[in-house]
Design a protein around this ligand. Structure first.
Ligand SMILES: CC(C)(COP(=O)(O)OP(=O)(O)OC[C@H]1O[C@@H](n2cnc3c(N)ncnc32)[C@H](O)[C@@H]1OP(=O)(O)O)[C@@H](O)C(=O)NCCC(=O)NCCS
Length: 163
């Protein structure tokens, strides 16, 4: 089942602060917002679309299984999320990351998180709840006028699909 596998994939990157924790209940409630890459029946990469308004969303929960790093799957799931966002009419997408090069390679631009007060307010809620937040840099991309294509095909033969 995708929900359990997405949960396991994301959870392994929570301890070092790379990713925010997600419960299986949260994932199940939002499963239509996830894109996964699978190897057979195993989920090896995922990303999620978090909508803040009809025109703004965040690409979050980007995770690739350690054995699959460097094969272009992170790129593919983010591009899948961008397609999902465009299909929903969303014009701007942002991301928070410790790995600048990953989003720069996907044509995102560095920006200030203060542009997104909705995100700041979610951070405040999490901090109040005792979640330890590692400061990350913010990147954004306008989807309306920026049709990005993958710069290279995924090196591994994995299937990409909506979850
Ligand atoms: C970050 C992560 C999603 C990248 O996935 P991936 O499938 O290995 O990435 P890709 O193969 O699609 O790489 C795309 C680009 O990002 C770069 N990149 C990927 N991981 C990187 C890293 N740790 N440090 C620097 N650059 C990195 C690649 O070199 C590549 O750039 P290039 O096209 O200029 O060569 C993956 O390493 C991961 O799951 N990390 C742990 C979880 C995490 O940190 N999630 C938050 C990410 S925003």
């Amino acid at each position: 089942m995708d929900v359990e596998q997405i949960h396991q994939l994301v959870s392994q990157y929570v301890a070092d602060g790379s990713m925010l924790p997600r419960t299986t209940e949260q994932i199940a409630l939002n499963i239509e917002n996830y894109i996964v890459a699978v190897n057979g029946h195993r989920v090896v990469a995922c990303a999620a679309l978090e909508e803040y308004s009809p025109s703004l969303a965040e690409v979050s929960s980007v995770a690739v299984a350690p054995t699959e790093h460097g094969n272009g799957l992170g790129t593919q799931v983010v591009l899948g999320i961008e397609r999902l966002a465009r299909a929903r009419g969303i014009g701007e997408i942002f991301a928070l990351s410790l790995i600048d090069r990953f989003f720069i390679a996907l044509d995102y631009s560095p920006t200030a998180i203060s542009r997104y007060p909705e995100k700041l307010s979610r951070y405040e809620t999490l901090t109040s709840a005792g979640v330890n937040l590692v400061p990350k840099r913010c990147f954004q991309k306008n989807l309306e006028d920026n049709w990005s294509v993958a710069r290279r095909p995924a090196k591994s033969k994995r299937t990409l699909r909506a979850s």
